[in-house]
Design a protein around this ligand. Structure first.
Ligand SMILES: [Fe+2]
Length: 181
């Protein structure tokens, strides 16, 4: 099974520039970004990132949601499965991409811990154990990743100024699994 695939995105330079502008508009002060998972404005994405959105369409993808993932020096690095109806998402790092790698594991479901978050989303993590990753990737560009398989982050830096590491995470009507064949 492939767990990730980096994408050769159409008009990457302009699309990346738009995403950085979008980030700077929704978060003018980077020190205020503290939530691991957040939901920046979809309308602002559409108005500020027309080239990025055109790239999705060119790839045959219909954008459904924009999320933002923020890793701070003390962010939880549990092995987990995302509470998402999408088996895969497109992750696009924009700040400090060198600071974190993503690891995937093959773990028996009997090790799962299922909890309900206050927002009603189920969060599935795994009991601590001596698990060996089956795949790992320092994601530095737009990359389709599996989020319905057990995964975790690992910090590659101990330096505070290498954080936050911020990435957008895009969900589509399409499953994206074709990119992982
Ligand atoms: Fe995740």
């Amino acid at each position: 099974m492939n767990y990730f695939q980096e994408i050769d995105f159409p008009n990457f330079d302009q699309s990346h520039k738009e995403l950085i502008e979008y980030f700077n508009i929704v978060h003018p002060d980077i020190t205020t970004v503290v939530d691991f998972f957040s939901f920046p404005s979809f309308e602002k994405f559409l108005s500020i990132c027309p080239t990025t959105n055109a790239g999705f369409k060119e790839m045959g993808l219909n954008l459904k949601g924009v999320f933002m993932i923020t890793v701070l020096p003390d962010t939880n690095s549990n092995i987990h499965i995302d509470g998402s109806p999408h088996p895969c998402r497109l992750q696009w790092p924009i700040i400090n991409s060198h600071s974190v790698e993503t690891l995937w594991y093959n773990i028996d479901p009997s090790y799962q811990i299922r909890e309900m978050l206050p927002n009603g989303v189920e969060y599935i993590s795994y009991k601590t154990g001596d698990y060996v990753p089956v795949a790992r990737k320092n994601i530095t560009g737009p990359t389709v990743i599996r989020v319905e398989e057990p995964h975790a982050i690992r910090r590659l830096s101990d330096i505070n100024s290498d954080f936050p590491r911020i990435a957008f995470s895009f969900a589509f009507d399409e499953s994206l699994e074709d990119f992982l064949k």
